[in-house]
Every structure is written in structure tokens, then in C-alpha cells.
Design a protein. Structure first.
Length: 112
């Protein structure tokens, strides 16, 4: 299973007016990484974590999907790098702890 590790498989974004969490995930995935899921995004669960200094609690809905093909990516001020990662293999290079944690939450139960 290939996973996308970016500024979040992980896409962190806010809901726009009238938008569902799933719709926001689809939009953020395309806006932030240029990727489009080839299958409907599946809800994995909710994630909570502490960010920033001073720390503040953040919560979000986590979704997963499968890319049928890899699209080009251009770095910007929000995401400077993106990599593909077989989530069952060692991480290739560096990624933030929060990205790794969230990516692993998308694995099927009992496989992480």
C-alpha cells in the first residue's frame, strides 16, 4: 500500500462554508499536493494532537484513498516537499512526527 506523506496524507485544512469533512479532504488533497484519489476517500477516524507554542489542541477527520497515478507536485510556502511511502516499509528520508503518526493511522487495524 502506498501512502502519501505531505503537509498532512496528510492534508490539514479548514472547512469552507457548507463543506463536509470529506469534501474538505478532497479539496485540500488537490490544492496542497496536486493529487486526486482514484477511489472515494474513506473515513479513518478523528485525530487529536497538540501543535504550536504555546501548545493548542487541534482535531481533525482523517481520510484515506488510493492514487491511481502520481501527479506532478510543485513546492510552495505551505508544503516544501512530498514523498511516496509504502507504509509497511521504513520511512524514506525525513518527515515530521505528526505526518508519520497520521499516515500510520490509515493502515488497516492490526497492521501497525
Amino acid at each position: 500500500m502506498a501512502g502519501l506523506v505531505a503537509g498532512l496524507v496528510t492534508e490539514l485544512g479548514l472547512l469552507e462554508a457548507g463543506e463536509s469533512p470529506r469534501q474538505a479532504a478532497v479539496r485540500e488533497l488537490a490544492e496542497e499536493s496536486g493529487q486526486v484519489s482514484g477511489t472515494p476517500l474513506q473515513f479513518v477516524g478523528y485525530a487529536g494532537f497538540l501543535l504550536g507554542s504555546p501548545q493548542r489542541a487541534e482535531y481533525g477527520a482523517l481520510f484515506t484513498g488510493r492514487a491511481l497515478r502520481r501527479r506532478g507536485f510543485e513546492a510552495d510556502r505551505e508544503i516544501e516537499a512530498m514523498r511516496w511511502w509504502d507504509l509497511s516499509a521504513p520511512l524514506p528520508g525525513r518527515a515530521s512526527g505528526i505526518d508519520v503518526y497520521l499516515a500510520r493511522l490509515t493502515l488497516p487495524a492490526g497492521s501497525h
